[in-house]
Structure formats: structure tokens, C-alpha cells
Design a protein around this ligand. Structure first.
Ligand code: NDP
Length: 259
């Protein structure tokens, strides 16, 4: 019946956009949204083959998928992504600003170039994505859901990551401000702060030994799975979360409980 349908397919008839959908957390979110009924637009930057694989999975769920090469630091490219999503998939109901980069360096040695690039992608990329998506949603007049993938590093001053950490703090305040301004339009804006998630990006960054050592900081004793983050994103994207706005939700295995 209709009730069963809405439980199994909470995003039926919706269109979602996910930046950085080719790998890691973004790819898991795109797949989960499609599995639960949404058509999905994803972006990739350096991994077209991975994006194509995600698109194939989305289509295997019977949903439509648009994948576009986008640098989220480039406002024109994000604008064209939003336009193409609305024109090719018909509407926009959910936007997930997930793409980020951490060109990590200790502050004393940091080059301005890498600091600027990190903030351009991780903070301004989120601004472009959420602002342009919000404008499209307001034009539609049907409300919507905006989600930023932040990080526990908004609070934990993780060394060598100053530009990233300050970008993640910045998007928290962006989202809380947008939540207030957009409430009259029935657009909910929330942040997910993952802790340490088992993605390709982390394995590029750290050796297996380093990961094992790092896990001593995690009360639950393991990394989180991208699929677990996708579950929280699905909740925030669905009508179950219609009363949730301006929230910063952690999914971190308890990492922020330790000093
Ligand atoms: P990955 O490095 O595994 O994947 C990053 C994704 O973002 C890829 O799809 C990549 O595209 C895309 N991307 C990178 N730069 C840009 C850019 N300039 N423009 C558009 N797309 C871009 O990352 P994760 O899945 O690990 O991280 C996803 C989000 O989760 C980020 O916001 C990250 O800060 C956050 N996070 C992750 C944690 C973790 O432990 N993994 C912990 C806390 C937060 P492509 O590969 O095609 O270049």
C-alpha cells in the first residue's frame, strides 16, 4: 500500500544532486538515494570511470542519473550543473554539498596556493552549491532539503589541516544562517559531521599501520562506513526530517568524546 511504498521509497519522485559523487561518501549517498527512489545528478572531477560506475548502479535501481565534470570551486560550473539537473531531470528537491579537499600542511610551512585552494573547494564550493541549489528550489516553490557534509574537524583542531578545519567551521555557520533565512521557503538546511570514514581518500592518505594506530582515538574502535553516512543523509533528505533544520549531526563513533 501507500504506507509501505513511502517507507521503502521515501525519495520516490524526487531529484537529488550530490557533489563529489564519484567516490567515497558522495558515491554511497548517490547510490542510497537512487535505491530509495530518487533520480540523481552527481559530479566527478578526476575519476570519470568511477562516476560512470555510480551512474550504472543508479540506473540499475531504475532511476535516472546525470553525471557531470565539475570543479565546485568554479561558480559557473556549479551554476550550469544546477541548471542541467533541473532541465534534464525535471526538478531539484535535495542537494548534498559533499565535495571537499584537504591539501594538508602545517601552518608554518603552508603555501598560500594550497590554503586558498582548500578553502575555495571546501568552503566556497559548498557556498556555491547550496546557494545556487536554494535559488532553484525557491523558484520551484516546493521546499527542499540542503545537506552539507562537514567534519568533526570543525571542532577538533586536527594538526596540518588548518585550512580544511576552518572551512568546515565556516560551512557550519553558513548552514545555520541559511536554515534561518530559508525556513519560510520550507527549505531545511543541515550539516552531517562524519568522524573517520573508510573511503578511498583516507587510504590514499594513510598507510594501513597509520589507520590502525589512529583507531585508538575512536571509542567504537573502527572507521565508519560510507553507507552509514548515507543512511543519515537519507533521513535528512526525506520527509521524516521535515522538522529538522539548522542541525549539525555527528556520526563519528564517539571520536569527539575523547579529549
Ligand atoms: P574522497 O576523497 O573519497 O572523495 C572526494 C570526492 O569529491 C570525489 O568524488 C572527488 O571527485 C570529489 N572532489 C574533490 N575535489 C573536488 C572539486 N574541486 N570539485 C568537485 N568534486 C571534487 O572523499 P570522502 O568521501 O572521504 O569525503 C567526502 C566528504 O566527507 C568531504 O566533505 C570530506 O571532507 C568529508 N569527510 C570525510 C571524512 C573521512 O574520514 N573520509 C571525515 C569527515 C568528513 P574525483 O574523485 O572524481 O576527483
Amino acid at each position: 500500500g501507500a504506507w509501505q511504498e513511502s517507507v521503502l521509497y521515501p525519495l520516490r519522485g524526487k531529484v537529488a544532486l550530490v557533489t563529489g559523487g564519484s567516490r567515497g561518501i558522495g558515491a554511497a549517498i548517490a547510490r542510497r538515494f537512487a535505491q530509495r527512489g530518487a533520480d540523481v545528478a552527481i559530479t566527478y572531477r578526476t575519476h570519470p570511470d568511477e562516476a560512470e560506475r555510480v551512474a550504472a548502479d543508479v540506473r540499475a535501481f531504475g532511476r535516472r542519473c546525470l553525471y557531470v565534470r565539475v570543479d565546485v570551486a568554479n561558480r559557473e560550473e556549479v551554476a550550469s550543473l544546477v541548471e542541467r539537473t533541473v532541465s534534464e531531470l525535471g526538478r531539484l528537491d535535495v542537494a548534498v554539498a559533499n565535495a571537499a579537499v584537504n591539501l594538508s600542511q602545517p601552518v608554518l610551512e603552508a603555501t598560500w596556493e594550497s590554503v586558498h585552494r582548500t578553502v575555495d573547494v571546501t568552503m566556497f564550493g559548498v557556498f556555491h552549491t547550496l546557494q545556487l541549489a536554494a535559488q532553484a528550489m525557491v523558484r520551484q516553490g516546493r521546499g527542499g532539503k540542503l545537506i552539507a557534509i562537514g567534519s568533526v574537524h570543525a571542532e577538533i583542531p586536527f594538526p596540518t589541516s588548518a585550512a580544511y578545519n576552518m572551512s568546515k567551521s565556516g560551512i557550519n555557520n553558513l548552514c545555520r544562517t541559511m536554515a534561518r533565512e530559508l525556513a519560510p521557503h520550507r527549505i531545511n538546511v543541515n550539516v552531517i559531521e562524519p568522524g573517520w570514514i573508510d573511503t578511498e581518500g583516507e587510504h590514499d592518505r594513510y598507510t594501513d599501520e597509520e589507520i590502525k594506530a589512529g583507531l585508538s582515538r575512536v571509542p567504537l574502535g573502527r572507521m565508519g562506513e560510507p553507507d552509514e553516512v548515507a543512511g543519515l543523509a537519507l533521513y535528512l533528505a526525506s520527509s521524516e526530517a521535515d522538522y529538522v533544520t539548522g542541525s549539525i549531526l555527528r556520526i563519528d563513533g564517539g571520536i569527539t568524546l575523547q579529549n
